[in-house]
Design a protein around this ligand. Sequence first.
Ligand SMILES: NC(=O)c1ccc[n+]([C@@H]2O[C@H](COP(=O)([O-])OP(=O)(O)OC[C@H]3O[C@@H](n4cnc5c(N)ncnc54)[C@H](OP(=O)(O)O)[C@@H]3O)[C@@H](O)[C@H]2O)c1
Length: 291
Amino acid sequence: MALVTGATGFVGSHLVRRLVREGWAVHILSRAGSRLPEAAEFAQVTQHLHDGSTAGMVACVAAARPDLVFHLASLFLAQHETKDVEGLIQSNVLLGSQLLEAMQVNRIPYFIDTGTAWQHYHGADYNPVCLYAATKQAFDAILEYYVQAGGMRAITLKLSDTYGPHDPRPKLLKLLDRVAETQEPLAMSPGEQLIDLVHIDDVVEAYLLAAQRLFDGAVVGHERYGVSSGKPVALKQLVALYEQAAGVSLPIHWGERAYRKREVMTPWIGERLPGWHPQVDFSASIAGRKR
Ligand SMILES: NC(=O)c1ccc[n+]([C@@H]2O[C@H](COP(=O)([O-])OP(=O)(O)OC[C@H]3O[C@@H](n4cnc5c(N)ncnc54)[C@H](OP(=O)(O)O)[C@@H]3O)[C@@H](O)[C@H]2O)c1
């Protein structure tokens, strides 16, 4: 039985659907205002509403009593403003710390955390691309306490960019879909930055394998893996693949926009989770999908 946080998000909702289809009993942790996806699988999950307090979290975890927790809840901001600091700490550090404390109190041994390749700007052991990535690292350090002092077993999956159906986020593919449809010119950077896209089905597979690895007793302490395609392609090339697969031409004006501050030109790839290999080919996936 699993408890999933971030179940209403892009990755979490796919994970929940897959877990339910595979016969797991799934509990999810949500907050006031969370809107559950309409997918049929969500009718089978048990929802626990977190009131924001640590005591409330202890009660949620006690009620769920999971064998394992998949922690995906997070606030993602590529760049922050001063007003965003509390929100980032609340969602990316405090919430997870409350969860770990609740797991320790309830003696729940297995934890899967979600980090980001952006903790590794320029391929460094630690160099955060942005404050969001720094909060992921801060939480990793807190998790280390519960592993070292509390005996928890943990795997952190550090995700690269993801794509796939039911993606509510205003990401690259959505932008390309819109340009394909409207044929309105789009100003972009010079497009030399490498993009590392992993299909959501492959991402979900990594979570399931990580869970199996914990249940098999293969993890002592805390392991960290990159969830990367291993084959990043330049943005320009990616757009060309999109054009080819979708049979369209896009009016993109390359170089009319500057690169973002601390743009990731070469993504960090990281060590791969044993047994995990991405299966979905980007071009085939784009060719087969509805816009
Ligand atoms: N998708 C990617 O390409 C990518 C890349 C690198 C890392 N990641 C990491 O992967 C994980 C999943 O990403 P995603 O793209 O699926 O995220 P997402 O679509 O933005 O969803 C975020 C989820 O976190 C929940 N959440 C945020 N703050 C919360 C809080 N304070 N209390 C309770 N729930 C809270 C949201 O719940 P509500 O419905 O209540 O808002 C939502 O379910 C995240 O940890 C993210 O940092 C993702």
